[in-house]
Design a protein around this ligand. Structure first.
Ligand code: GLU
Length: 276
């Protein structure tokens, strides 16, 4: 009994000591040396973790540029996968400093997080099999015969239900790449999300000739950098970084590099409007 009691006291002392150290470390400086940034891991052209463990894409370049302006070198960055449905949670929980992950700015999300930007404007479209001509216009989508695939927590899935195809069968996965197998083996008729993302999938080597974009512009999707609600200082710094990226030509360079190979005709950099 006494022994166990002592053990408990000792363990408590260790925990207290550790907590004290951790707190001391945190308080020692507001400028942390490392930064966690949320991106997509499975969206070629935007945010992709390659087989050699590299991170590449337009969002990755935007995030690196912003990080640099905030005082972080590339080697200080820890990339975190930010699935569509987890983005607000990751920001609220403090898992990441910011998120650059094809993240559409909208009022619903702004109840939980703030955005800087926008830094890009995409439009919702559909990816279909190359030999399939059933989707010619928006009017072909709203039918119970139509099987659409999208992602939980995305505006793409929401727009289908709310706006253009409430009657369609909507299958939601955790990530868009999971819809591609379904599209290929005809389990679904189309994958719907931003044209920027779809163009990247269509252009992937393993998908050559298999898929095409329907060419519909079903919505406006202005991408913002998601950050903690109320952090106006960070929002301003990121807005300044984005402006600088555009003014210096680094934005155009990154867009050309990542969207050019997919023949994606991107919109010019949008005006920055997110301020508190
Ligand atoms: N831009 C849309 C969104 O933020 C679709 C792409 C995505 O899921 O990341 O929901």
């Amino acid at each position: 009994m006494t022994l166990r009691k002592h053990g408990l006291v000792a363990a408590t002392a260790v925990v207290l000591a550790l907590t004290a150290t951790a707190c001391g470390g945190d308080a020692s400086g507001s400028d942390e040396e490392k930064i966690n940034i949320g991106i997509k891991f499975d969206q070629p052209g935007l945010g992709l973790k390659t087989q050699d463990g590299e991170y590449t894409g337009f969002d990755v370049d935007v995030a690196k540029y912003v990080a640099k302006e905030l005082g972080y070198d590339e080697e200080d960055i820890t990339w975190k996968q930010a699935p569509s449905a987890e983005r607000e949670n990751m920001i609220v929980n403090g898992d990441v400093k910011f998120i650059a992950a094809t993240y559409t700015i909208n009022d619903e999300r702004k109840e939980r997080v703030d955005f800087a930007g926008p830094y890009f404007l995409a439009h919702q479209d559909l990816l279909v099999r190359s030999d399939d001509d059933t989707v010619r216009g928006e009017e072909d989508l709203d039918s119970s015969e139509m099987k659409l695939c999208s992602v939980t927590g995305s505006t793409s899935a929401q727009n289908v239900k709310k706006d253009f195809a409430p009657e369609a069968n909507l299958i939601n996965y955790g990530g868009y790449s999971e819809c591609l197998t379904g599209l290929e083996n005809k389990a679904v008729d189309a994958l719907t999300t931003d044209d920027s993302i779809l163009a990247g999938y269509a252009a992937q080597e393993e998908h050559q000739g298999k898929f095409k974009l329907a060419g519909l512009s079903l919505s406006d999707e202005p991408y913002g950098i998601g950050l903690k609600k109320g952090d106006t200082e960070l929002q301003e710094k990121i807005n300044d970084a984005l402006k600088k990226m555009v003014d210096e030509g680094a934005w155009e360079e990154a867009a050309k590099k990542h969207f050019g190979p997919a023949n994606y005709e991107y919109e010019p950099a949008p005006e920055i409007t997110e301020t508190n």
